[in-house]
Ligand binder design. Structure first.
Ligand SMILES: NC(=O)c1ccc[n+]([C@@H]2O[C@H](COP(=O)([O-])OP(=O)(O)OC[C@H]3O[C@@H](n4cnc5c(N)ncnc54)[C@H](O)[C@@H]3O)[C@@H](O)[C@H]2O)c1
Length: 305
């Protein structure tokens, strides 16, 4: 028996990279998989059915079940049709994995409005689009053991300086995942996010030095996207019902559990804050808590002569 025997899954962005690894491993473990991919370049331009068709071909020739779907997750109506495809073809939907993504990297002061919109539309709106229609189905079907698995990134969790659009979208996906975890648990749905690291064409666009700093070595076998897939399969399985509203890191041979944000220090006033007291207490209480933690360097700007 495969670990996902009888499960029906949609994997978006499954024509390449991490999504393709996830779709193939799921099918090998007995899931019926809708392989969604728009077949675009890393920046979201172009579009071809080739990558999704190839993954479906590979799954079928290995004896698995899959169909291709070419919807853009950024398109609200196409996302609805994508959910419908799984239900019409395989009779139900158990697992939605939102992997599809693009990059348009710029420093914030150089970031064009269209590059902000494009990245937010595919990652954040795309995750909402598919999840919304899956949630409508799950709320009505109520059979339980449903799984929503979203993709965040270290870029959002740690704030990559050259990716303000992508970091915002990926952190937005974490907030969306927490909200779904709180809202959909009663319908038997768990919602979690994966923060992956793998050598794909996406990380291939990062300058080698910075990629090394992020722990992504494009050459290392360990960085195969196949090493991200096992964490996704666990979340997709019926065994993971105890795990809800969490971020799981999956890179190379390491799988990690992130903490969820919570206050680490608090100062209180008995009435409206006196400004001098607030200034003094913020520094006295918060500064020592931050020193020694990983953080964001902020140096005073160099003054022009
Ligand atoms: N590779 C990493 O180290 C890494 C790190 C952090 C986060 N991620 C995230 O993991 C996910 C997969 O990344 P990857 O490295 O495999 O990238 P990839 O570029 O290899 O694959 C992404 C796939 O998404 C598809 N896609 C893009 N826009 C789409 C749309 N509108 N509708 C449907 N499909 C669309 C592309 O055609 C492509 O096949 C992304 O969400 C990415 O942001 C990856």
């Amino acid at each position: 028996m495969g670990k996902l025997e009888g499960r029906v899954a949609i994997v978006t962005g499954a024509g390449r990279g991490i999504g393709a690894s996830v779709a193939k491993m799921m099918a090998a473990e007995g899931a019926k998989v809708v392989v969604n991919d728009l077949g675009v370049d890393v920046d979201g331009s172009g579009g071809t059915s080739g990558p999704a068709d190839e993954v479906v071909e590979e799954i079928r020739s290995a004896g698995g079940e899959a169909i291709a779907n070419g919807a853009s997750v950024a398109d609200h109506e196409a996302a609805e049709a994508l959910i419908g495809t799984a239900i019409e073809t395989y009779g139900k939907l158990d697992v939605l994995v939102n992997v599809a993504g693009i990059l348009r990297d710029r420093m914030v002061f150089n970031l064009a409005e269209e590059d902000w919109d494009a990245v937010i539309n595919v990652h954040l709106k795309g995750t909402y689009n598919t999840s919304k229609f899956a949630a409508i189905y799950w709320r009505q079907a109520r059979e339980g053991n449903y799984r929503l698995i979203n993709f965040t990134s270290g870029s959002g969790l740690h704030g990559a300086p050259g990716q303000p659009n992508y970091a915002a979208a990926k952190m937005g996906i974490v907030g969306f995942t927490y909200s779904c975890a709180n809202a959909l648990g009663r319908y038997g749905v768990t919602s979690n996010a994966i923060s992956p690291g793998a050598a794909t064409r996406m990380t291939g666009t990062i300058p080698q030095e910075r990629a090394a700093g992020l722990g992504v070595n494009q050459q290392a076998d360990e960085m195969s996207p196949d090493n991200v897939a096992p964490s996704v399969l666990y979340l997709a399985s019926e065994q993971s019902g105890w795990l809800n509203g969490r971020v799981i890191g999956a890179m190379g041979y390491r799988i990690s559990l992130y903490n969820n944000p919570e206050p680490i220090r608090e100062i209180l006033s008995t009435g409206p804050w006196d400004l001098d007291t607030a200034f003094e207490q913020i520094e006295r209480s918060f500064k020592p808590a931050i020193l020694g933690l990983a953080g964001f360097g902020a140096a005073p700007a160099e003054k022009k002569e």
